[in-house]
Design a protein around this ligand. Structure first.
Ligand SMILES: Nc1nc2c(ncn2[C@@H]2O[C@H](COP(=O)(O)OP(=O)(O)OP(=O)(O)O)[C@@H](O)[C@H]2O)c(=O)[nH]1
Ligand SMILES: [Mg+2]
Length: 205
């Protein structure tokens, strides 16, 4: 991907950038601290999204523009859910903002649901999946922080989640890490290819 930039950082739906049928959007959702902003930076190959040590770093919906396989797209960083110190007012704000996006956004063609590979889907991850399903949104599960699990256990861990957790995903989930090992970040290139293929198949449909 080349030529990446941030297009908008929105605390309300009225500020979302205009819908443009030539700009398919891939959203990134998941618990706070799961690694959404880090993965977006890895995909953009730029440090545009703020990464935080404390959960709740990204509070706005952030729209990033990039080009993948000659197609202009937006990567959309959604604020995370599920951290304990959040007040009821903050939770309501989150719900209002994120549901405005999920329920109405015509440009949204795929939501990558990021799940910490150490934990699998927790109760609020299942709620998110049900919510997206209710809106007939396509979900793609992306496991994060795989560097925290020995590589020899990756296949078994994923198979266990798939068998026991009723995971909704348009394809077999991808296992990723944004920690680089010998200059390589696990799963990032695969995710890029998947996004490119998914967009092409949707544009042809
Ligand atoms: N070990 C490891 N740490 C990671 C990885 N990805 C992200 N992190 C760390 O996890 C923390 C949270 O990362 P973010 O990318 O800010 O997470 P987020 O999902 O955007 O969080 P919110 O904006 O709070 O919802 C940071 O300290 C990152 O450095 C990874 O693949 N491996
Ligand atoms: Mg973030």
């Amino acid at each position: 991907m080349a030529g990446a930039f941030i297009e908008a950082s929105c605390f309300k739906a009225a500020n979302f950038p205009p819908e443009d049928s030539n700009l398919p959007e891939i959203a990134f959702a998941g618990r706070s601290n799961v690694g959404k902003s880090s993965l977006i930076n890895a995909l953009l190959n730029a440090k545009l999204a703020h990464v935080g040590g404390t959960p709740g770093k990204t509070r706005s919906i952030n729209f990033y523009r990039t080009i993948i396989n000659d197609i202009n797209i937006r990567l959309v960083d959604l604020p995370g859910y599920g951290y304990a110190s959040r007040s009821k007012t903050e939770r309501n704000e989150w719900l209002k903002l994120v549901s405005a996006y999920i329920s109405q956004r015509k440009n949204l063609i795929l939501t990558c649901h990021l799940v910490d590979f150490r934990h699998g889907l927790l109760a609020n991850d299942k709620e998110l999946q049900e919510w997206l399903n209710n809106y007939k949104r396509d979900i793609f599960v992306v496991f994060t922080k795989a560097d925290k699990i020995p590589k020899g256990k990756w296949r078994g861990t994923m198979q266990n989640y798939i068998m026991t957790q009723g995971v909704f995903s348009v394809n077999v989930p991808i296992i990723t890490s944004t920690e680089s090992k010998n200059g390589k970040r696990a799963g990032v290139d695969e995710l890029k290819s998947f996004i490119a293929e998914f967009i092409s198949s949707k544009l042809q449909a």
